[in-house]
Each structure stands twice: as C-alpha cells, then as structure tokens.
Design a protein around this ligand. Sequence first.
Ligand code: PLP
Length: 277
Amino acid sequence: SLRPAPGTTPARALTIAGSDSGGGAGVQADLRTFQSCGVHGMSALTAVTVQNSVGVSGFHEIPVDTVVGQIEAVVTDIGVDAAKTGMLASAEIIRAVDDTCRRLGVGRGGRVPLVVDPVAASMHGDPLLRDNALDALRELFARATLVTPNLDEVRLLTGIVARDRAGLVDAAKAVHALGPEWVLIKAGHLVDDPDCVDVLRGVDADGEPRLVELPGPRFATPHTHGGGDTLASAITSALARGADVVDAVRFGKRYVVRAVRESYPLGSGIGPVSGFW
Ligand code: PLP
C-alpha cells in the first residue's frame, strides 16, 4: 500500500504550476495525484486559468515575488523530497523558478529531483505560455532531472516533427542535448502507434547512455484532459519516495494508464483523467 503509517511524516512533493478552475488539470490534478500516491502535496501557484471542459478563455499570472515566496516558504520549513513544474506562464516566472530552484538545491546538481513538464498549450490549443517564453523554458531544461514533453512541445522546442518510433528516438536525443538528465518523450499524440510506446533517454550512473521503451495500451476515450499533469505528478511522487528515474517513470506510466481507464465525461467538452483511489 502507498498509505503512509498514521502519525508519520510522508514523503513531500511540490508542484509549481497553474490552477485549472475546472478541476481536471494543473495544480488540482497534481495534488490529487500526490495524495493518491501516498505523498504530501504542496503547491506554488504560478497562474490562475479561466477554464472549463471546453477550453481556457484566459489566465492571470501570479506576481513573481509571490511565486518565489511560496517555494521558499514550503522548502525552508516543511522540506521537499521531489518537485515538478507545470504551467509556468511567462519568461519572468520561468527564470525566477530556475534561480530559486538553484539556490534551494532543487534539480540537477542539488539534492531534490526536479521534473519539468514543459506545458505550452492546452489540448484544445489554447496558449498557457507567453510567446516570448520558449528560450527561458529551454534554459530551465538544464536544471531538470527529467523533462516530459509531448510531441507538440518537442516540435515547439526543437523543430523536430516526430511521425514514428524512430522519430521519437531522434526527438529524445535532441531534447536530451538541451541539458536535462533524463527525457521522457510521450507518444500519446502518435495516433498510428497502437502500443503507445513512450521513449525514455538518459545516462546511467556509470555514464552509459540508456534508452528505455515503455509500451502501454491506447484507449479510445476522448477524456484525457490533465493526462500529462497526472503522469508527471505520479513520477514526481515516486521520486519523492526515493525511486530512481527509470523506476519512477515505470510507476508513473502504470498510474496514468489506470487513471485514463477511469477517466470520465464532464461538462460539454473533454473530461479529466482521474481515478478515485
Ligand atoms: N490548465 C493547466 C493549468 C495546465 O497545467 C494544463 C496542462 O498542463 C492544462 C490546462 C492543459 O491540460 P490538457 O492539455 O490536458 O487539456
């Protein structure tokens, strides 16, 4: 069981991300996932989106000082065993998060693993990142233990258009070259691949390049809102509990497959990936 022993402090995970008023994605999905994975969840809110099952009609950024303040407040008192970023909204917030993580030992070179989910747009195509923020996001990759782009984000960040399994491996190499320790390329958008094989690339403890293929079922459901957030949060939970990156990604994949299987219709648009467990 993932349930912590009563009265003991559980592993602690921090999400640095945006709010989804519809409760499907963003910070709401992250905290739900942390809880389900037996981890105490904390949040540093970066933006408030105006959102429902039909789409995102706008967002309001949290002032940079307040974003940084939230991270410092929880790390210095409560402590953190793993962190993740989701929607970061602007170049200013990304640079401040990068600098704060460096100071606090979060991410590469520090004690605390950092998962960077490079959120750029919703599945409806609504922007979640200001236009001028891609350079800052690429720079943040160098601080990441793991980055988890989908194929749209790979195209935005590297220009690579992956159309098949070989394309995913090329994408993983190109994103790895931006500096993260590990890269997980999500195959969800490759609709021709019935096995939905995600590709994980990194370097082993002995310095050997490592490529891991993670097959999983593809479901016919349209209700996949928040799937990326849920995967990254489940991976972060496993890292917080002390798993290595390969085991954490395997755990996250199993978790998100189960959550997609239990997704449900909501509103008149796209329902969320979720699970009641
Ligand atoms: N809203 C917020 C705040 C998010 O962080 C995300 C994804 O990371 C989304 C919406 C978009 O989720 P989806 O692409 O599943 O619609």
